[in-house]
Design a protein around this ligand. Structure first.
Ligand SMILES: C[C@@](CO)(OP(=O)(O)O)[C@H](O)COP(=O)(O)OP(=O)(O)OC[C@H]1O[C@@H](n2ccc(N)nc2=O)[C@H](O)[C@@H]1O
Ligand SMILES: Nc1ncnc2c1ncn2[C@@H]1O[C@H](COP(=O)(O)OP(=O)(O)O)[C@@H](O)[C@H]1O
Length: 313
């Protein structure tokens, strides 16, 4: 029997553990190297099938732009698949926008994965990812559904088996437009590319955990938005490390590994209360800031809603 609705679909945010700009394409897009990790700070979507072909969005929380990425994703898939069905998309927007956390891109990916199921399309993952790239450079990663080493403008993905990690993530009030940061004169675009195989062979995963690399977009973001530097200092004081994600303005710090010993560590060692705090909202943030203690996700909760070609699963 055909599905009528899919409820409580998560759209997780991502963090860029490092982000290097290694070149620029002729069309102006920048060539990146980065490790992207999904985290458990999410928007929630509900999809209800429509027989009349219309695509309608209903905002349950913070209002979104009229023709947002959810609608653009649904429209692109409807046209490419030649389906006459439509959808009501109900979205509870929880992720801060203009944060570098990929919220809009993740919403688009959740719509693609959800409609793949709701409309009974059974598209394989690479076909969805090719469509996703037309919606934004970050969208193929979320359709990919695993922590990944990311190259090109975001379309070349190599899944990584990372250990579970915890992060403190802080978003100051200011939002940053991605385009503005990539256009900055302060941006260095010539970081030496690493080779994934050599990186992994030389204890790369451990170097990642120890804070490998940097975010090349950070100096440009701190120059246009002082709050990025303030957030970095706030987190560094409490966790001893902090770095911007994507094009900002959110900043994150490693808050230990996600294992049982780590969850009790703070009380035993006298570590800062923030580092020992349970998951959920961070305490003591300046007015207007949002922040949470988050866990990395080893896989997107909807990963299985697109099939991998044999050999890639
Ligand atoms: C910087 C990153 C890193 O994860 O994340 P965010 O900060 O946006 O989350 C992404 O590469 C962003 O991806 P996304 O947000 O999907 O970007 P898009 O909508 O495709 O592009 C917005 C604009 O940014 C610039 N852009 C984007 C990606 C890229 N590799 N080079 C660019 O020069 C282009 O000017 C483009 O017009
Ligand atoms: N579903 C959506 N959620 C959030 N922002 C969206 C969405 N659709 C379109 N946008 C637009 O994309 C911009 C960037 O959004 P977002 O993906 O949250 O940030 P970032 O690219 O910094 O991670 C927003 O300012 C908004 O104008």
């Amino acid at each position: 029997m055909a599905l009528r609705a899919l409820h409580d679909l998560p759209a997780p945010a991502k963090l860029n553990l490092f982000l290097h700009v290694v070149g620029r394409r002729d069309d102006g897009y920048h060539l990146l190297q980065s490790v992207f990790v999904p985290i458990d700070w999410c928007d929630t979507l509900h999809l209800e099938r429509r027989e009349d072909g219309r695509l309608v969005r209903h905002d349950l929380g913070t209002p979104l732009p009229a023709d947002d990425l959810c609608l653009r994703a649904a429209r692109a898939l409807q046209a490419a698949a030649g389906v006459s069905l439509g959808v009501d998309i109900h979205i509870d927007k929880r992720l801060p926008a203009g944060a570098g956390m990929g919220g809009g891109s993740s919403d688009a990916a959740t719509v693609l994965l959800g409609l793949n199921r709701l409309w009974g399309l059974h598209w394989p993952r690479p076909r969805l990812q090719a469509l996703a790239l037309g919606l934004g450079a970050d969208v193929p990663f979320f359709v990919g559904g695993r922590p990944a080493w990311v190259e090109g403008i975001g379309e070349r993905l190599s899944p990584l088996d990372l250990p579970p990690m915890r992060f403190a993530v802080v978003k100051p009030p200011a939002a940053i437009e991605t385009r503005a940061i990539f256009g900055s004169e302060l941006l260095r675009r010539d970081t030496q590319p690493a080779i994934l195989a050599s990186f992994l062979a030389s204890d790369g995963l451990q170097r990642l955990a120890g804070g490998f690399g940097c975010n090349d977009l950070q100096p440009a973001a701190e120059a246009v938005c002082a709050e990025v530097g303030e957030a970095r200092r706030w987190l560094t004081q409490r966790f001893g490390n902090a770095r911007m994600t994507g094009s900002g303005s959110a900043v994150f710090a490693r808050a230990g590994n996600d294992d049982a010993s780590d969850r009790t560590r703070g009380s035993r060692t006298g570590e800062s209360p923030a580092a020992a705090a349970p998951d959920g909202p961070l305490q003591g943030l300046p007015d207007g800031w949002t922040g949470r203690l988050c866990r990395s996700l080893g896989r997107h909760p909807l990963l299985d809603w697109a099939a991998d070609p044999p050999g890639l699963a």
